[in-house]
Design a protein around this ligand. Structure first.
Ligand code: SAM
Length: 455
C-alpha cells in the first residue's frame, strides 16, 4: 500500500506522526481483528472467539484481539449477538464514558452519528441502571442497519431515530452525554480499506472539518449543563481533531476534560494550540487503527425543555399483557400496542419514550415482542434476541450445520420434537424462533437477515 505524498506531507508536524514508522505499518499489510463481547450473552475472559485465540484489548474490559480473522458470517454466535466486530482503538470510548460518568443512574445518552452501531452497542454495555440511549443515524438506509444491530444486542432501553442533528436542538438540555463519532475524511482506516485512499483530498478534509463544526453547533443545545460531549473521528488530520477541540472551546464554551491513560497502552495525549488535550491512536504505536477522541463538559445552561408528552400511545390491555407474559418477563415493563404489534418499554423510561416519539423520527424503541393474532401472540425476533424470554420457553439446541441452515432460512429437520414454538439455540444462545408442526418445522428467522452465501 503506498500513501500519497500530499497526504503524508499534510501530516508533517501532527503530534505523534512518525513518517518512517507510519509508512512502514501501512506497507506491512498487517491486519488487526478485534471484537467486543456482549456482557450477558458472551463469555468474559474469552480464550477463543469464533474458534480463534483471543487476547484482551487493554482499554476495554469487553474487547478482544483475535489472532486471525475468521468468517464471522459462518459463526452462529455472531448472529446470536454474543459479540460485535469492532475496531480496537474505537473501544477507547469506554474509558471516556466510565471516567467521566461516575455511575449516576438514570442518565440519557445521545449517540448522534451511530450507524452501524459499534459505539451504541458498546454504550448499551456500559450504561448504568435505568438509563436511556438514543441511537441516531441521519442516513435512512444506514439507520436500518443500525436498528438491526440494536435489536441483535437485545437491549430494551434504546430508541433508534433517523434525524438530522439540528432536529435535536429543541430537546434542550435533555441529554447527560452526547457521543459524536463524526463523519470524517477516514484516513485512520486506510490500512483496513485501501480503496478509501482514492477519496482522500485536502479539500475533503476541509469540508469534513466544516461539517463537524455544523453538527456540533446544531446538537450542542441538547446537552444539559454539566453534561459531557465525547467527540471522536477516525481521521489523522489536525483540522478534524485538534482544531475542532479549539473550536468547541472557543465557539461553544466547552471545558476540556482529561482522562487517565496508562502509558503502556501507547495512546498519545495530544495538545492543541489552545492547550486542549485529546487522545490520538497511531497504528505504529499500538495495536489498532487511527482514531482520535476528546471530551468536553458543558458549563453553561440552555433552558431544559420539560418532558411532557401530549398524546399517550395505546397501552396493551390486561389480556394482551397476560398473553405476552406467557412468553417473556414483563415485570417493570410498560406494554404498548400499536395496531396488532406489542412493544415492551422500560416502565421508568415511559415518559421519555413517548416524548421522543413526538419529537423525533423514531424507527424502533424498546423490544418488539410480537404480533397479536386473534388470541395468540406470534413472538418477534427481537424478543428472541433480548434476555427477557422466560426460562420455561422451549429451547432447541442446533449443531453447527443445522444452525447455519437455520440462519440461511432453509428447512431444518428435527427428530422427536413435539409441536409448538421454540427458541432455536446454538451453544445455548438464542438465534431466533422455530414453530414445530407435525411433519415439518417453520423457520422464523427474519428473511432480511438470512445468510445468503453458502459455505
Ligand atoms: N459511530 C458509528 C459506529 O461506531 O459504528 C460509526 C459512525 S461513522 C464514523 C459516522 C456516521 O455519521 C455515518 O453513519 C454517517 O452516515 C453519519 N453522517 C454522515 N453525514 C452526517 C451528518 N451531516 N450529520 C450527522 N451524521 C452524519
Amino acid at each position: 500500500m503506498s500513501l500519497p505524498a500530499i497526504f503524508l506531507d499534510s501530516l508533517t508536524g501532527t503530534p505523534g506522526f512518525d513518517l518512517q514508522a507510519f509508512s512502514q505499518v501501512h506497507r506491512s499489510g498487517e491486519q488487526v481483528t478485534s471484537v467486543r463481547v456482549h456482557p450477558q450473552k458472551g463469555e468474559d475472559n474469552s480464550r477463543t472467539i469464533a474458534g480463534i485465540p483471543a487476547s484482551p484489548v487493554p482499554w476495554s474490559r469487553y474487547g478482544y484481539y483475535l489472532d486471525e480473522r475468521p468468517s464471522f458470517t459462518f459463526d452462529p454466535l455472531f448472529h446470536a449477538g454474543t459479540y460485535y466486530v469492532q475496531e480496537a482503538s474505537s473501544m477507547f470510548l469506554e474509558q471516556a464514558f466510565l471516567q467521566l460518568n461516575k455511575g449516576e443512574e438514570g442518565i440519557k445518552v445521545l449517540d448522534l452519528c451511530a450507524a452501524p452501531g459499534g459505539k451504541s452497542t458498546h454504550l448499551l454495555s456500559l450504561l448504568p441502571a435505568n438509563s436511556l440511549l438514543v441511537s441516531n443515524e441521519v442516513i435512512r438506509q444506514r439507520a436500518g442497519v443500525l436498528k438491526e444491530n440494536i435489536i441483535k444486542w437485545g437491549a430494551e432501553n434504546a430508541v433508534v431515530t433517523n434525524n438530522d442533528p439540528k432536529d435535536f436542538a429543541h430537546l434542550s438540555g435533555f441529554f447527560d452525554v452526547l457521543v459524536i463519532d463524526a463523519p470524517c475524511s477516514g484516513s485512520g482506516l486506510f490500512r483496513r480499506d485501501p480503496e478509501a485512499i482514492q477519496e482522500w483530498s485536502l479539500n475533503n478534509v476541509a469540508l469534513c472539518s466544516q461539517r463537524q463544526q455544523r453538527i456540533l453547533a446544531d446538537v450542542w443545545p441538547a446537552l444539559k449543563e454539566g453534561g459531557v460531549l465525547i467527540y471522536s473521528t477516525c481521521s489523522y488530520s489536525a483540522e478534524e481533531d485538534e482544531q475542532i477541540m479549539d473550536w468547541i472551546q472557543r465557539e461553544l464554551g466547552g471545558e476540556n476534560c482529561l482522562l487517565t491513560v496508562d502509558p503502556a497502552w501507547g495512546i498519545l495525549e495530544t495538545t492543541s494550540e489552545s492547550s486542549n488535550r485529546g487522545y490520538r491512536f497511531w497504528p505504529d504505536r499500538l495495536k489498532g487503527e487511527g482514531f482520535f477522541l476528546a471530551c468536553f463538559r458543558k458549563t453553561t445552561g440552555d433552558s431544559v425543555a420539560p418532558v411532557k408528552p401530549r398524546k399517550l400511545p395505546d397501552a396493551a390491555s390486561k389480556a394482551d399483557r397476560e398473553m405476552t407474559g406467557r412468553w417473556m418477563d414483563v415485570s417493570g415493563k410498560t406494554l404498548i400496542r400499536h395496531q396488532q404489534t406489542v412493544y415492551a418499554w422500560p416502565a421508568e423510561l415511559y415518559n421519555e419514550f413517548v416524548w421522543l416519539l413526538e419529537q423525533t423520527k423514531v424507527l424502533y424503541s424498546g423490544i418488539k415482542t410480537g404480533e397479536l393474532m386473534r388470541d395468540k401472540l406470534v413472538p418477534d425476533h427481537a424478543m428472541a434476541m433480548s434476555s427477557l424470554v422466560l426460562p420455561g420457553i422451549r429451547r432447541v439446541e442446533l449443531d453447527n450445520g443445522a444452525a447455519i441452515r437455520y440462519l440461511q432460512r432453509k428447512d431444518i429437520q428435527l427428530v422427536g420434537q413435539t409441536p409448538g414454538w421454540a427458541l432455536a439455540c446454538f451453544q445455548g444462545k438464542p438465534l431466533g424462533w422455530l414453530n414445530i408442526l407435525p411433519g415439518r418445522v417453520n423457520n422464523y428467522y427474519p428473511k432480511e437477515l438470512r445468510i445468503l452465501k453458502d459455505i
